[in-house]
Ligand binder design. Structure first.
Ligand SMILES: Cc1cc2nc3c(=O)[nH]c(=O)nc-3n(C[C@H](O)[C@H](O)[C@H](O)COP(=O)(O)O)c2cc1C
Length: 191
């Protein structure tokens, strides 16, 4: 069992985070951080259960899940002394990407990412924008050069998806692969 952090920032693609969360809490401890700015996206993408953090806590009360707002800078994940195996940021906005690339640790998500980097722990971010500007790309390159995994939610079609869920599971399966977590969420290429 691992202890993992999942941060949701205000980019489109909340569905990937939900699917990842559902998978992780089956076997792992999860610290979930939700950005205040993501609330507008969460509403527009119809994941209303995420808006009320108290409801979320009730819903997942039997699992090893902690939920924090990104305003809670005193949460355990803000310190390197809190043991974790790594962090996902899914989806990652260009604003959060920029803050991390520049060490601007102004909220719990960017501070926790800063901790992952300074402690040499796994940080996997799924930046979502289209198109990317050269600023976005430079920020990604800066992070990739220090070992941050840049894993945007780009689907493939060689596994012959038949439903939107198949496409979502492909992206989530690849994110789990990046963290070294066993999964059979998508059909792998066998030659
Ligand atoms: C409906 C909606 C969709 C958005 N989608 C994106 C997106 O895909 N990528 C992105 O970088 N920002 C997107 N934004 C803008 C971010 O939410 C905004 O930059 C915000 O400041 C990000 O803050 P955060 O990273 O702290 O969550 C979106 C905003 C809204 C309201």
């Amino acid at each position: 069992m691992k202890r993992l952090i999942l941060a949701i920032s205000g980019a489109s693609g909340i569905v990937y985070a939900i699917r990842l969360l559902e998978f992780l809490i089956q076997e792992h401890g999860v610290d979930l951080i939700i950005s205040q700015n993501s609330m507008a996206v969460i509403k527009s993408e119809n994941f209303h259960e995420l808006i009320d953090l108290e409801n979320m806590r009730d819903k997942f009360s039997n699992s090893n899940l902690n939920i924090y707002s990104d305003a809670d800078i005193t949460a355990p994940t803000a310190s390197g002394s809190y043991r974790t195996d790594g962090m996902f940021i899914v989806p990652c906005s260009m604003k959060t990407l920029s803050a991390i690339a520049n060490g601007y640790a102004d909220n719990l998500i960017t501070r926790t990412a800063d901790v992952m980097i300074k402690e040499g722990r796994k940080l996997i971010i799924s930046p979502r924008e289209m198109p990317f500007s050269s600023i976005h790309l430079e920020n990604m390159l800066k992070l990739a050069r220090i070992g941050v995994v840049i894993a945007p939610p780009i689907p493939a079609f060689y596994h012959k998806p038949e439903t939107i869920d198949d496409i979502i599971d492909f992206v989530v399966g690849k994110l789990l692969d990046c963290m070294g977590i066993e999964n059979n969420l998508y059909r792998r290429w066998n030659g």
